[in-house]
Structure formats: C-alpha cells, structure tokens
Design a binder for this molecule. Structure first.
Ligand code: F6P
Length: 413
C-alpha cells in the first residue's frame, strides 16, 4: 500500500473530446492507487466549484468496469465550463471563495483537464496559491481536439477527432460519386483558429480514396473569389468535388468567413466567437454562382464525441497524461502542465514530461506554414506523417443492445 496522500480534486473544462474522460480515469485511478484519501470531482469545472458543486468520485466510480466505461464515454463526465477567472488583483474575493472550498475539502492536489483557456485557470490558481502561502499543488492535464496547445507535440483528443475526420471524409467522398451528376460538397471542420483538424481531412487520401480536392485552414488568409475560381475549375473537370474548410478561416480584413452570413453571434467568456456557418455560406454561393448541386456538411460536435471510433493511441495517451499529472503533483510539482514529447515516428514513441503552465496558457499553436502547400489549399506530406501515428488502432466500445454503453453522472444535467 502506498503512503497515504491528501485529498485530490479534478475538473474538466472547455470543449470536450472523445477521450477527455480517459484522462479523468487516469487521474482518478492513479490518485487512488498512489494513496489519495479522497478524490473529488468539480461539477462543471471551476464555475461549478464556485457554486459549491462537487462530488466524491469513489461513490460513483466503483469497479474496473466503471473505469473502462468512463474511458469510452464521450463528452465530460463531470460537466465542463467556459469560465475565465478574473486577474488576481481584480478579483481576490473569487480566489478567496475557491480556496475556502478547497480548505473545507482538505484538498492538497488540484487537477484541471483542459486546453489553453483552462491552463489560464491553473496559472492563476497556482500564482495565487504561491502568493498566499498555500501548499496545494496545481497541475494542468492537456486536452483539446484543436491541437493548438503550445509546448506539447500534440494534445489528447486530437488523434481521435482526426481519425473520425479522416474516416468520415472518405465516406463522404464515396457518397459524392453515387449519381452520375455534378456536385460540390463543403466540409466544415472545427479547430477554431488553428487548422490541425481540418488538415486531418487529408488522411482520406489513401490507396482506395483520392481524398478531398482542397483543404483551407486559418493559417492562410481566405480569398473568397480565388476559392470560387478554384471550385469552378475543378467542377469543370470532375463529377464530384469535396473541399474541407476550417470553421476559423478568415478573409483579409480579419473577419471570419462565417461572419459574412447573418447568423446569430455568440461570444464566450474568453471572447471566442461561436464559429458556425462557413460551409453553408460557401455551398450556397457555389450553388448560386456555379450552378450545381451542393451540400454543406458541418461536422460540428460529431467530430469531438465520436467515441465509437477513438484512436487507441489517443485514448491511451489521454489516460497516461492524467496519471503523469498525479505522479508529478504527488512528487511536489505545481504550476505545470503535462506535455507529450515525441521520441520517434516509426516506431511511434512518445513520452510525458512537464512544462511551465505560464508558457502555455492562452497561447494558440498554429500549423507551421511549411506544412501547408504554397497555394494554401492543401497540407504537405510532413503534416500527414505527423498526424498518422496519432490515429492508429482502435478501442472497441462496450456494447449493450447494439449500442455503445456510457458511464454518466446524474448531476450533470
Ligand atoms: O475548443 C474546442 C472546440 O471544439 C473548438 O474546435 C470549437 O470552435 C469550440 O470548441 C466550440 O465550442 P462550444 O462547444 O463552446 O461551442
């Protein structure tokens, strides 16, 4: 039996992934195995904690089967939030309230599973803790389908979303050939201001599939007229045209393409606009101006919750980063985030390490320009070699009555 450790609390934050619960399982199981007295979960992240919403996870995750189900359950088991903590100088009462709850629960270790906005929370809490002589250890556990976290080779969640996008793009390309009729399909892919996920559409190009015709990412300014010309040219040459476009592509004046529609605007606590409608806008324009059958397919939340096709590499690493965070915090680290370091591509070897969360919070890592072709309408082979190891192998869902079974927490509603 390991030496007894103090109490732990863990939260999930930001947009979910198909494997974020595997990181939760990694934190929970490792903390328990290493002797944590209690492992609490924040319900809806730091926002819920501030409202006094937390749960003793041991009362809900009891068996090995529960752990296996948790790993395979999409969305965030504990619920998530998009909540920005105030600057310490301007919001001491918020921090006092959080630390009061942590003291009441006798918390010694605090884990937050999230992306660059969530690392802002770890940064501020660990800074406040140091300023006030608290001994609580704060650790960030990386996650995001966007793959835009600095310092880490990649983020858990990205590989599975990339695998889904590669697979579904192949299927859509196949479907586009069904009738003897000209058609153009625009795929809209998440990832906010980074094109990592959209680039993954190139995975569809393989032995039995030509892949998408073009890929447009936010790293390159989007020129609507040039896009229309390229589509029109392709349309003259082939029956079915499939184009992948990032939700976050922007035109030269800095506006998102989706802002050219008159959709409803929603902005979250971190100032991020909800990006939706790019594919619809472009497909309607093609339909009007090129005059052919078009489809707009917004992959939307499907790409981040498709746990039936997770990458085994990804779900395993998601669990590992959770476990590594516990190990590091129990050994005394604080104010850090776990990162993944790729040792080699073939065979694929990746190890965990720690990194100063101050150098990660709020920073968006973009696709290097040299991994996008000169015309700005496709990725290079280097991009594909980078992504391929991350989508390898599968983890079969546990099926009940023909459908994947999930583990859910009843207070997340
Ligand atoms: O950050 C992850 C992500 O899925 C982005 O790709 C997307 O733009 C955003 O979250 C959507 O956020 P929400 O679910 O809050 O609308």
């Amino acid at each position: 039996m390991a030496d007894l450790k103090g109490n732990v609390i863990v939260g999930q934050s930001g947009g979910p992934t198909a494997v974020i619960n595997s990181s939760l399982a990694g934190v929970y199981k490792t903390a328990k195995d290493r002797g944590a007295k209690k492992v609490y979960g924040m319900v809806h992240g730091i926002q819920g904690l501030l409202q006094g919403r937390y749960v003793d996870l041991s009362e809900h995750i009891k068996t090995d089967l529960d752990i296996e189900l948790l790993k395979r359950t999409p969305s965030a088991y504990l619920g998530s939030c998009r909540f920005k903590l105030p600057d310490i100088s301007e919001g001491r009462e918020t921090y006092d309230a959080i630390f009061e709850i942590l003291a009441k629960l006798e918390i010694e270790y605090f884990f937050y599973i999230g992306g660059n906005d969530s690392m802002d929370t770890i940064k501020k809490l660990s800074d406040y803790s140091l300023l006030n002589g608290s001994n609580i250890r704060f650790m960030g556990v990386p996650k995001t389908i966007d793959n835009d976290l600095a310092a880490t080779d990649h983020t858990p969640g990205f590989g599975s979303a990339a695998k889904y996008i590669g697979a579904i793009t192949k299927e859509v390309i196949r479907d586009g050939l069904v009738y003897d009729q000209q058609n153009v399909t625009i795929l809209e892919i998440m990832g906010r201001n980074a094109g990592w996920l959209t680039g993954a559409a190139a995975l569809a190009k393989c032995e039995d599939c030509v892949g998408p015709d073009m890929i447009f990412m936010p790293e390159v300014t989007f020129d609507v007229d040039a896009f229309m010309n390229k589509v029109a040219n392709l349309h003259e040459k082939k029956k079915s045209v499939v184009v992948a476009v990032s939700e976050g592509v922007k035109i030269a004046d800095g506006r998102y393409v989706c802002e050219l529609t008159d959709g409803i605007e929603f902005v979250d606590a971190f100032g991020h606009k909800q990006l939706t409608g790019t594919a619809r806008f472009l497909a309607e324009k093609i339909n009007r101006e090129v005059g052919c059958k078009t489809r707009a397919i917004e992959f939307n939340s499907l790409q981040r919750c498709a746990s039936h096709i997770v990458s085994r590499v990804d779900i395993t690493e998601a669990y590992q980063v959770g476990g590594a965070a516990v190990k590091e915090a129990f050994e005394g680290e604080t104010g850090k985030m776990i990162i993944l370091k790729r040792v080699s591509d073939d065979p694929y070897i990746c190890v965990t390490d720690i990194y100063d969360v101050h150098k990660v919070a709020n920073i968006e890592k973009k696709v290097p320009r040299e991994w996008i072709n000169e015309a700005g309408d496709y990725v290079t082979d280097k991009f594909v070699s980078y992504v391929k190891p991350l989508i390898q192998a599968e983890l079969t869902p546990i099926m009940t009555d023909g459908l994947p079974r999930h583990l859910y927490y009843t207070d997340v509603k």
